[in-house]
Design a protein around this ligand. Structure first.
Ligand SMILES: C[S@@+](CC[C@H](N)C(=O)[O-])C[C@H]1O[C@@H](n2cnc3c(N)ncnc32)[C@H](O)[C@@H]1O
Length: 248
């Protein structure tokens, strides 16, 4: 069972989330162990200081390395070595393929930054992998840490009701985006469910879904097709959706 330790200054903000939904299910089923650790508890001064001004000047504060280092050392003495990930907007982009790799690691530590982030020496000293969840800047690493843990948790056996879901999702087995979905009612505000989905012809439905997924990927994420097939990026055409919905 993978063990995730999240090092944060705001464990109370994460507690309700990790105690509900998929993360609760994964923990209750014994598929995931998760611990929230407040690295402020490893400060040694009266004011429990975790930040300081950056050398060289500039705006904002940085996280001091010592409390985090002591927290990591305490954790590793207790449980053994962890694969260490620091959440950083300047890190490598996190994606589904990394989630798949992380699920087979025994112990993973996720370090949540605040303020202007970390003293680089801390990350170098402990050999951190630096990961970003996207090209935008949040106030802290807590949401990115939850994104990573949840994306791994839903890949663990027995966590999803139907394990095919994870394979058929966007970025799953096919490597492309998911196809559009429809449920009852058959007519919603004047728009009908595509006839093929009511046909009961599973082979035809499958072909329709694959075509829609490919079309959507070409429009929204041509880079995924390129990566998968070496396909050239799609040039916008005048072809409308109506022209393409008969593709079987
Ligand atoms: C305000 S940000 C620091 C930004 C940093 N000075 C920079 O420009 O790269 C504070 C913390 O939020 C987290 N964070 C913000 N955006 C993130 C992202 N896109 N991916 C991962 N972590 C992020 C990191 O832990 C970071 O240390």
């Amino acid at each position: 069972m993978p063990f995730f330790a999240i090092l944060t200054l705001f464990p109370e903000a994460l507690e309700p989330y990790v105690g509900s939904g998929i993360l609760r299910v994964a923990r209750e089923k014994g598929q995931l162990d998760l611990q929230l650790i407040d690295f402020r508890d490893f400060t040694r001064d009266r004011h429990r200081t975790v930040d300081d001004r950056p050398f060289g000047g500039g705006p904002g504060m940085l996280l001091k390395p010592e409390p985090i280092a002591e927290c990591i050392e305490w954790l590793e003495r207790k449980h053994g070595a962890f694969h260490k990930i620091a959440l950083c907007p300047s890190g490598k982009p996190f994606g589904q393929s990394r989630a798949e790799e992380l699920r087979s690691l025994e112990r993973v530590l996720l370090l949540c930054g605040r303020y202007e982030g970390f003293d680089t020496r801390l990350l170098e000293h402990f050999g951190f992998e630096e990961l970003s969840i996207g090209d935008f800047v949040l106030a802290g690493g807590e949401l990115p840490a939850l994104c990573i843990v949840e994306s791994v948790a839903r890949l663990l056996p027995g966590v999803l009701n139907d394990e095919r879901s994870a394979l058929e999702d966007s970025f799953g087995e096919s490597g492309v985006l998911d196809h559009p979905h429809y449920t009852r009612p058959r007519v919603f505000r004047g728009t009908e469910v595509p006839e093929v989905l009511l046909s009961g012809d599973h082979a035809r439905i499958q072909r329709w879904r694959e075509a829609r997924a490919r079309e959507r990927t070409r429009e929204r994420r041509p880079d995924l097709l390129e990566a998968r097939d070496g396909e050239q990026p799609h040039k916008p055409s005048n072809k409308t959706r109506a022209d393409t919905t008969n593709e079987h």
